[in-house]
Design a protein around this ligand. Structure first.
Ligand SMILES: [Zn+2]
Ligand SMILES: [Zn+2]
Ligand SMILES: [Zn+2]
Length: 345
């Protein structure tokens, strides 16, 4: 039995007997240690101690730990002693958790010992396999153990094919279809969340590319770059830092657009139209209103007409408006980033 320290350095005399299921084993313990570790044990011990005091007879209070084997009950008491000083007896604790983490989790939940619950969840979670995950998941539900539940669901999502082949999963499927359905629903939800996140990330990438294209278009139409520049002005000869990634592609598009005879149906010209229209939508927020970008004024006027019509009949260009908003948001975020680290056009 571990010893409870006293203020004078000597070990205190045990005043509690922890009795295991069936009364086969009595483990001497200290009410101060058990009571401080568990509020449930504290309440039980207060009642038992009061009874002893009222009877006027000497003796130790008795606490019964039911529902587990003698070894597990003894291990639980040792764990409460090992954890009382915040991890002074770490190796002993590791040893007990190695052998009895599952049953210790049940006791830690029943007797309200949060730190032990956490340690048990870590120990069980660290050795999860496809063969043990179904039982661990049920244990997590029984003991209200969210960290363990999360680790189980992660493993299920990652290795579901292997889990499906285990005896535990077959037993669950045959005997608890509701639980099976709940797990499958959870996996489906997690998969949907992952897909949504990937889609959102891809969308953000597209908005970022459009934002870069807007910067480039403005750069070509104000300073010019290598071969393309504003009307009546020689373009800057040296390529900008973003020439290879964005600027060259925009320049090729502009040159094609200026020569193409099938703009109404040509996909490349349609793309250029969209870039020019997007520029006009974003350019509207500039304070001086002057702009070198081709068709900017015409697009602005057209948008104003559309706005007026929209106000009249209540109909709007929802998807386009949303695209403009998203690119604007990306540009705001990018400009905040650039304030910290200046980069190319
Ligand atoms: Zn450039
Ligand atoms: Zn074309
Ligand atoms: Zn403009």
């Amino acid at each position: 039995m571990p010893e409870a320290p006293r203020a004078d350095g000597a070990a205190a005399v045990p005043d509690v007997d922890v009795v295991t299921a069936g009364g086969r084993r009595r483990i001497p313990a200290h009410s101060s240690v058990l009571g401080s570790a568990s509020p449930v044990l504290e309440r039980i011990l207060q009642r038992r101690m009061q009874k002893i005091r009222d009877s006027g007879k000497p003796g130790r209070a008795v606490v019964r730990i039911r529902g587990v084997t003698d070894d597990v009950a003894a291990a639980f008491v040792r764990l409460l002693y090992a954890g009382r000083d915040g991890g002074n007896e770490e190796s002993e604790m590791e040893e007990e958790l190695e052998s009895h983490a599952e049953q210790a989790l049940v006791l830690a939940h029943a007797y309200g010992v949060p730190w032990l619950k956490r340690r048990c969840q870590e120990a069980i979670g660290s050795r999860l396999t496809p063969a043990t995950v179904v039982d661990a998941l049920q244990l997590a539900a029984l003991c209200d153990a969210p960290e363990l539940h999360l680790r189980c669901m992660r493993l299920l999502a990652k290795e579901f094919r292997a889990v499906e082949r285990t005896e535990a999963w077959r037993f669950l499927r045959d005997n608890d279809p509701w639980q099976e359905l709940e797990i499958l629903r959870h996996l489906h939800d997690a998969d949907m969340r992952r897909r949504r996140w990937r889609r959102k990330r891809a969308e953000q990438g597209t908005y970022m590319e459009l934002s870069d294209a807007m910067d480039c278009l403005q750069h070509i139409c104000t300073e010019g770059c290598t071969e393309v520049g504003p009307v009546g002005q020689a373009p800057a000869k040296s390529p900008c830092p973003g020439y290879a990634t964005t600027c060259r592609g925009i320049q090729l598009l502009i040159r094609h657009f200026s020569r193409c005879h099938a703009r109404a149906t040509c996909p490349r010209c349609q793309r250029m139209w969209q870039l020019l229209r997007l520029h006009a939508a974003l350019c509207g927020s500039l304070p001086d209103g002057h702009c070198n970008t081709p068709l900017c004024t015409q697009f602005k006027r057209k948008e104003q007409q559309k706005e007026a019509e929209k106000a009249g009949d209540g109909d709007g260009d929802g998807r386009w408006g949303l695209l403009v908003k998203k690119v604007k948001a990306v540009r705001v975020m990018a400009s905040l980033g650039k304030r910290r680290s200046p980069t190319q056009c």
